[in-house]
Design a protein around this ligand. Sequence first.
Ligand SMILES: Nc1ncnc2c1ncn2[C@@H]1O[C@H](COP(=O)(O)OP(=O)(O)OP(=O)(O)O)[C@@H](O)[C@H]1O
Ligand SMILES: [Mg+2]
Length: 261
Amino acid sequence: MSIVKIENLSFSYDKQQVLENINLSVEDRDFLAIIGPNGGGKSTLLKLILGINKIQRGDIKIFDNTPSKNLSSIGYVPQNTNINTNFPIKVIDVVMMGHVSHNLNQDLPWWKKIFKIGYSPNELGCAMGSLAKVGMEKFANKKIGSLSGGQRQRVMIARALCANPKILLLDEPTSSIDVDGQKQIYELLKLLNKTITVIVVSHDISVILKYASKVAHINKVLTFHNVDFNTNIKNDNEHFCEVEMLQMLGNKTCEYKGCLC
Ligand SMILES: Nc1ncnc2c1ncn2[C@@H]1O[C@H](COP(=O)(O)OP(=O)(O)OP(=O)(O)O)[C@@H](O)[C@H]1O
Ligand SMILES: [Mg+2]
């Protein structure tokens, strides 16, 4: 069973059509990279999967259900998670924002539950566990503004992991992070991908080639390819533009029935 199944999906903002007849399946433990030009509709697609944007035409099923019924199974790292670095909030507080389970605070006294004061040991344990998964547990009590861009992005991933998701959606998680930082984040995603399905929007083509098991190109319509690691990976330092990558992938047989190439 596909864990995400998108069929004949079209979407418009007012009269501007942004997505047209998208068909896409994501299987368990896929590492799907979504690439495409600015304004191509990538973030819009993620927001439809999340149920933030309402489906107008076509269908999306997550674990055979509507997106809104599956909120707790999806972790989301949005695009441009710029944080006001002067805002006095600690790393642990940022991660706690990712909680969607209401059962974790059962061990708090009633007045703390009602007024939502403090965190229960269960909640804290869960948040610290998420921080440990991204190697940031030592930073729990640091101010978020004192972290580097790459460290902050790890915290945002920890926040998404806090709800114990089965699918992780990341919208350009490494924009404005240097090459080493990008590599670290993708290594982390590779590790998480052993148990979680990863869908990442990215412009880092050379990195994507190394980590993704599948690539989808979206520019209003969708072109979808399976990437073969062994034949497609080139030198680590080599950078591709999207056109070159599409040309390269275009030589391969597309395995998706809805492919337009
Ligand atoms: N909330 C909105 N209201 C109206 N139009 C929108 C809205 N969000 C996005 N758009 C428009 O929809 C189109 C697709 O935007 P989207 O953010 O999905 O693109 P994208 O592929 O994620 O681009 P980028 O690579 O720049 O992040 C763009 O033309 C954008 O201006
Ligand atoms: Mg976007």
